[in-house]
Design a protein around this ligand. Structure first.
Ligand code: ZN
Length: 459
């Protein structure tokens, strides 16, 4: 329920609007949304905010609970480590997580996201059941804990309940480590309905669905779920790993993205997470479909997934956004930098993503990811414009790396040099949540998080 509130007016000496940089900007905000944007304005009657206003970055892919595993899997095992050995450790890690743990870890991750420039999160939520694999009394118990963490931290939410039915291509039976994820289509649809209820306390939250991967569904169960949910974003992990591509070919004779494009109506609603291993035809097909590619460059590097051919997607007119995925490091600028550097290393060039002489790479990266991230979220975000949520990241223009420059150079300095230390304050729906680079509830959330990780470490 929303009660009407008086309009808030925030004044910024500099702001990045859809048409470019503007001076002396007043954003009028009502019920969390921007209702007027005026540049070349006097600050009279407005709250003056020091710094440079940017649209907040949507995080299009997160598994919040994995934040508590960060740093625990960086030692070599008996065999050559890979995504698949990491996944074994992740399955063991979740054995002991309680609903309270999930909420605390998510609150910690979301506070870090806000400090790191992400003002909303698309939570790809696949931990559904208790440690024995039985549903909780409330099927959406753990989704409600994600929602509570969003309420506490103030981050915007697109909740993506995950449909996870099988363990491998062709309907292989789930393994023990997956017992907390598994639902058949009927129970998944009940979970989805219940999830719509539990996100209601989160202001302006949206819901989508996430068939986990082609490994986790069959063509029949995927079709059944898609038919039952005719609108809302659809997110899916796809073609992250070479082995996954090989297993898919062994199953059906086609690569995962080729199979999906040929058998499912992939359109503007779709978000293909990772899509690391593509043929040029698959890249062109994704671009034509209008689907967003969800890149998670820091996690993809950490897991050794491979390098996404980003320039090929951009040249084909495709759209991408960024996500923090395993939350090994949480930073919007960090994701953009890692993506750009992957392209530089791959093609042995500099300023890979910018397309014409004089174009700023920091600005090009930021605007690409805003567009893709907003589209993937299914919410009115991603721009300082009338009708959008007032999600604002403020850069500190007195920061040593930013104080001598202006305009696009601020974004270049933030993306490539200062990182999240360039962020001074953050607003979500017009409400301040970060001040001086720190989440307003940081101390209490950190104290709770410390107790959880200490207990998990002692098990
Ligand atoms: Zn993921």
């Amino acid at each position: 329920m929303h009660t009407a509130s008086a309009a808030t007016k925030l004044f910024f000496a500099h702001a990045l609007l859809p048409g470019g940089w503007a001076r002396d900007v007043i954003l009028t905000i009502e019920n969390g949304a921007i209702t007027a944007v005026a540049d070349n304005s006097s600050s009279a009657g407005a709250e003056i905010i020091k710094g440079v206003a940017l649209p907040g970055m949507p995080n299009l892919h997160s598994h919040a609970f994995q934040r508590a595993m960060a740093g625990l899997t960086e030692l070599r095992g008996e065999t050559q480590d890979s995504f698949w050995t990491w996944r074994q450790l992740m399955y063991r890690f979740i054995d002991t997580l309680t609903p309270d743990d999930v909420e605390t870890i998510a609150a910690y991750a979301y506070a870090e996201m806000l400090e790191g420039g992400f003002t909303s999160v698309a939570e790809f939520h696949y931990l559904h059941h208790d440690a024995s694999g039985a549903p909780y009394g409330d099927l959406a118990e753990l989704a409600s804990r994600i929602a509570s963490a969003c309420v506490e931290t103030g981050i915007g939410l697109t909740l993506l309940p995950v449909f996870y039915n099988f363990s491998g291509f062709g309907g292989a039976a789930p393994v023990h480590g997956q017992r907390r994820f598994i639902n058949d289509p009927a129970r998944f649809l009940s979970l989805l309905e219940r999830s719509r209820e539990v996100i209601k306390p989160v202001t302006d939250a949206a819901i989508g669905i996430a068939p986990h991967s082609l490994r986790a569904v069959t063509p029949e169960t995927l079709a059944e779920v898609l038919k039952a949910v005719p609108s809302c974003p659809i997110h899916m992990h796809i073609a992250e790993q070479v082995k996954e591509v090989e297993d898919c070919i062994a199953w059906c004779g086609q690569r995962p993205v080729s199979w999906l494009l040929d058998h499912v109506d992939v359109n503007q609603r779709w978000v293909l997470i990772h899509a690391t291993h593509l043929t040029p035809e698959e890249t062109a097909g994704i671009a034509r479909s209008g689907a967003v590619v969800g890149l998670c460059p820091l996690t993809e590097a950490n897991l050794g997934d491979g390098i996404f051919e980003g320039l090929r997607l951009i040249e084909a007119g495709g759209v991408f956004g960024v996500g923090s995925d395993s939350n090994i490091e949480i930073s919007a600028f960090g994701e953009l930098k890692q993506f750009e550097y992957s392209q530089r290393l791959l093609h042995r060039v500099r300023n890979a993503v910018s397309r014409h002489a004089g174009e700023s790479t920091g600005r090009a990266l930021y605007e690409h990811a805003l567009t893709g991230g907003a589209k993937a979220s299914g919410r009115a975000i991603g721009a300082l414009a009338v009708g959008k949520r007032a999600d604002i990241v403020v850069l500190d223009d007195a920061h040593p790396d930013l104080c001598g420059v202006s305009g696009d150079r601020w974004l270049d300095a933030a993306a490539f040099v200062a990182g999240k230390s360039a962020i001074s304050s953050v607003y979500v729906g017009g409400k301040q949540v970060v001040e001086g680079g720190r989440h307003l509830k940081r101390s209490g959330i950190t104290e709770r998080y410390r107790r959880v990780v200490q207990r998990l470490a002692s098990l």
